[in-house]
Design a protein around this ligand. Structure first.
Ligand SMILES: *Cc1c(COP(=O)(O)O)cnc(C)c1O
Length: 333
């Protein structure tokens, strides 16, 4: 990062940023890509590019990141709202659900849906992975209605690893996609919005409008290039560790999770069957040096990544063993 060639990314002359953008497009099978500070910004630029204007809707799974964590952003920045569909296949939209979601409004018979947004892996469903064929089926349905598809692929490389697919199979199916260098790939900052070259001038304009055009971003892009080249090769290790962690917790805390549901690098533990409370569990994990977050529905979320090794999984399992042995967390607080 210290030795990176840098320029001014605002003017498009930062060589490291340009290299990252070209390499990202090549790997995911799109014509072009732009490097932006966050995944949220990449999604928000894409939504704005595809939506015709305020009052228009995006079809997505109801718990999708764009519609939950980011919902105020798209309302404020672009006047966009969502038609959230219940996830039918481990938190993933299906072609049938999308077909129903694209039907015109029952009362007015006006077409207000401008976009289908798909998430892979599905974060709120515990990192479940959609196969490229399922995405292609959704794209066929959307296209037959003249509606584009955006892929929120914050963890696309995890999905590609689990489904044994080339990331370009996903990229070639959709109109735009974003992925984060800063999630499983291990980069420090930044995400790529990938799509047709013809869309990029307007995407760059929106990047400026949203305050995300940056200057000497090459130091970050240099790390992003390492993340992009080396990150995908080791994701299976994260997935194996997540499986071991999930299986261990399932054994110690009966009814807390189905180990078969651990498809990528996330482990969602339902602590309610054991009479535990997520906040207490998270505090106790934290005291043992294990980071975890609540999901808001009685689950505790853990994520394996480049900084978690086998010993780290052992530490987490030991912490869970103590939590399970101490019984109800409510009386422990
Ligand atoms: C993290 C994430 C984002 C947003 O990325 P940031 O860089 O945190 O803004 C979008 N979608 C999903 C599914 C994510 O996990």
């Amino acid at each position: 990062m210290a030795d990176a060639d840098v320029g001014d990314a605002w003017y498009g002359d930062d060589p490291s940023v340009n290299r990252l953008q070209e390499r990202a497009a090549e790997i995911v099978g799109t014509e072009a890509a732009i490097y932006v500070p966050t995944g949220t910004m990449a999604n928000q630029i894409a939504l704005r590019l595809h939506a015709r204007g305020a009052g228009h809707l995006v079809v997505c799974e109801r718990r999708a990141h764009v519609a939950t964590t980011e919902v105020a952003s798209s309302a404020v920045l672009s006047g966009i709202s969502y038609r959230g569909l219940a996830g039918v296949d481990r938190g993933h939209l299906t072609a049938e659900a999308v077909a129903r979601g694209l039907e015109p409004d029952a009362y007015f018979d006006v077409e207000v849906v401008d976009l289908v947004a798909v998430e892979n892996t599905a974060g709120y469903a515990g990192g479940s992975c959609m196969r490229a064929e399922a995405l292609a089926a959704i794209c066929r349905v959307a296209r037959s209605s003249g509606i584009p598809v955006h892929l929120d692929g914050a963890r696309l490389f995890n999905a590609a690893t689990t489904t044994d697919a080339d990331p370009a199979e996903f990229g070639r199916a959709v109109d735009t996609l974003m992925f984060c260098t800063s999630k499983g790939l291990g980069g420090p900052i930044g995400s790529l919005l990938c799509g047709p070259a013809a869309m990029m001038p307007e995407a760059r304009q929106l990047q400026i409008l949203f305050g995300g055009a940056w200057r000497q971003a090459g130091s970050m892009a240099a790390a992003g290039l390492v993340a992009l080249e080396n990150g995908p090769k080791r994701l299976h290790e994260d997935h194996e560790r997540a499986k071991r962690l999930g299986a261990g917790v399932a054994e110690m805390v009966p009814g807390s999770l189905d180990p078969a549901g651990v498809e990528s690098n996330m482990v969602f533990v339902d602590v309610r069957p054991a009479g535990l409370d997520p906040a207490t569990v998270i505090d106790r994990l934290h005291d043992a040096g294990v980071g975890a977050t609540p999901t808001g529905d009685g689950h505790v979320r853990m994520v394996t990544h480049v900084d978690v090794d086998d010993d780290g999984v052992d530490v987490a399992l030991e912490a869970w063993r103590e939590i399970a042995a101490s019984g109800s967390g409510r009386s422990q607080a």
